[in-house]
Design a protein around this ligand. Structure first.
Ligand code: GZL
Length: 312
């Protein structure tokens, strides 16, 4: 049985078992892997046929996947866009095929009629929460910060950086002395942190690390230890995601704070799609997920256990 509904420029045949194509960035971080696991679980429980593609963090692979989903005539597309530009043409092909696109966890620079809605955190706010913690933590003390940036050109790397800079703007005692991408990976975070430590008197000039995600921070913590310093004490660490291994580091005193990002972006995305398939209800253009700060005072061991049950 198929119900044909042509609404607001998106037409679709909402079949009994909808087919959704998911173009996932890759599995560069623990958070990303959890997002994939939870998306599969969310599709399963809704009886949605999920077609999955892992792009190994390459935009051209995502574009090819989207073109394939359009050719298959899927009922909807989920896209976690690795970078924020270069999507207009392929998204016009999806729109011309009347296939709605929902963005997960990152944003794009494109006309907003090219996607139905975007699910994710306010990434500028994430950076502001992280920076705000450091401002409160160091007070008037001079604090040289090193920054591990996420994937170059991704909306989250651009916006988290902006937010952190907003938070420290009125505190001249806090400044970012080095900033480089670690591409959201543990190995990237470790390698770049090693170069920061070597360049900054073995790390003795560094007061704090701001990392755009926990996986890079976990790699950096290893590098700090190998340099003979105590992470979480000699060098404070503040990060974003809230993955189990970072909570474990906080429980051990090796890390200080993180801003949680839910890996369950698919739940709100599928809810929006099902409402639309059901009766043509269109979601808002942005469905915001919360950004909660966790520190060593917030039962990090318990949070570690809770997230192990979450799909990590
Ligand atoms: C953020 C998401 C980021 C995570 C990283 O919304 O896009 O991508 O913070 C992941 O762990 O690589």
């Amino acid at each position: 049985l198929a119900i044909s509904v042509a609404v607001m420029g998106f037409g679709t045949t909402a079949a009994v078992a909808e087919t959704v194509g998911f173009s996932q960035i890759g599995s560069e971080s623990g958070w990303r892997a959890a997002e994939t696991t939870i998306t599969r679980q969310q599709a399963e429980k809704r009886g949605i046929d999920l077609r999955f593609s892992d792009a190994q963090q390459r935009q051209e692979n995502q574009i090819a996947a989207l073109r394939s989903f359009v050719a298959q005539g899927v009922d909807a597309i989920l896209l976690a866009p690795v970078v924020s530009t270069g999507w207009d043409n392929i998204l016009m092909e999806a729109r011309d095929a009347e296939i709605p696109v929902v963005l997960l966890d990152r944003r794009i620079d494109a006309p907003d009629d090219l996607y139905m809605t975007a699910v994710g955190a306010d990434s500028v706010h994430e950076g502001e929460v992280a920076g705000g913690w450091l401002v409160d933590e160091v007070g008037d003390r001079q604090c040289n910060v090193v920054e591990l940036q996420g994937t170059t050109g991704s909306s989250v790397a651009i916006e988290r950086k902006q937010g952190f800079e907003n938070a420290i703007a009125d505190h001249p005692n806090i400044s970012i002395i080095r900033s480089q991408t670690g591409d959201f990976t543990r190995s990237g975070g470790k390698e770049v942190m090693e170069s920061f430590l070597q360049a900054e008197n073995g790390g003795r000039n560094i007061c704090a690390l701001f990392s755009h995600n926990d996986d890079m921070a976990v790699g950096a913590i290893q590098a700090i230890k190998e340099a003979g310093l105590n992470p979480g004490e000699d060098i404070l660490t503040v990060s974003i995601d809230g993955v189990p291994d970072y909570f474990r580091a906080m429980a051990n005193g090796d890390a200080n704070a993180t801003v949680e990002l839910t890996p369950n972006m698919a739940g709100p995305a599928f809810d929006a799609l099902q409402a639309w398939w059901q009766d043509g209800t269109l979601p808002p253009k942005f469905i915001q997920t919360p950004s909660t700060l966790y520190t060593q005072a917030d039962d990090p061991e318990g949070e570690y256990q809770r997230r192990k049950d979450l799909g990590y």
